[in-house]
Design a protein. Structure first.
Length: 219
């Protein structure tokens, strides 16, 4: 089992190895597999990458993110300017239907609402906003309302998970109730947990994925 100090060093090294994060000063505290991140960055995209990088370090079970987005004076934008940037960004994404997503901007925080047919569209909407200059945070309240009448095929989800090389030999139980999928079991990394969730979302007819997979890393 790695000590707290060793895990802390590994997370710091992983963050410092990312070119996008070379100018950031992030505090890292490790305690029994729980990583707490503190500090500030100049963009929401950097904040997301810091969190994702920490989650993918072997030995990390939970990430508590307390990073602030502090914009430089020269890139400060009004809420109206940021709202216009978001509308223009959506126009370039053919997979985000017009008038399906509502946007609210308040002090640099963006709230997305509305409904889309597929989860990947919800993720694309967030991704389109996250890279924009001036964004301090995103609340993604978009609902998935599938038009598919297909019945969820539990075996297809199970087969996709079992054949995925990233997930490996993890034992994952798939439960289906109406249009909801619940994943249970234990995996060795956040990356595996997210990958299993992604595969579940790809199944036709899925409206909800409850990812209850436990991250338990034997170091």
């Amino acid at each position: 089992m790695k000590t707290n100090e060793e895990l802390q060093r590994r997370v710091i090294k992983a963050i410092n190895s990312k070119p996008l994060l070379s100018d950031t000063e992030i505090g890292v505290l490790a305690l029994n597999g729980i990583i707490t991140l503190t500090g500030s960055v100049h963009s929401y995209a950097k904040k997301e990458q810091v969190e994702a990088t920490a989650k993918n370090v072997r030995g990390v079970k939970v990430v508590i993110e307390k990073i602030d987005v502090v914009l430089k004076d020269k890139i400060q934008k009004t809420d109206n300017e940021l709202a216009m940037d978001i509308v223009n960004a959506f126009r370039w994404h053919w997979d985000i239907p017009n008038d399906s997503v509502q946007v609210k901007v308040e002090s640099g925080w963006v709230t997305l609402s509305g409904s889309l047919e597929w989860n990947y569209q919800k993720e694309e909407a967030k991704k389109a906003v996250s890279v924009l200059i001036g964004v301090k945070g995103i609340i993604n309240n978009i609902m998935i309302v599938s038009l598919s009448k297909d019945r969820i095929k539990k075996k297809d989800i199970e087969d996709a998970i079992q054949s995925n090389k990233i997930i490996g030999n993890a034992i994952i139980t798939v439960e289906v109730l109406n249009n909801a999928v619940t994943l249970k079991g234990t995996v060795e990394s956040w990356f595996q947990k997210n990958e299993a969730g992604r595969l579940a979302w790809k199944a036709p007819g899925v409206l909800v994925v409850k990812n209850d997979l436990h991250v338990d890393i034997q170091q």
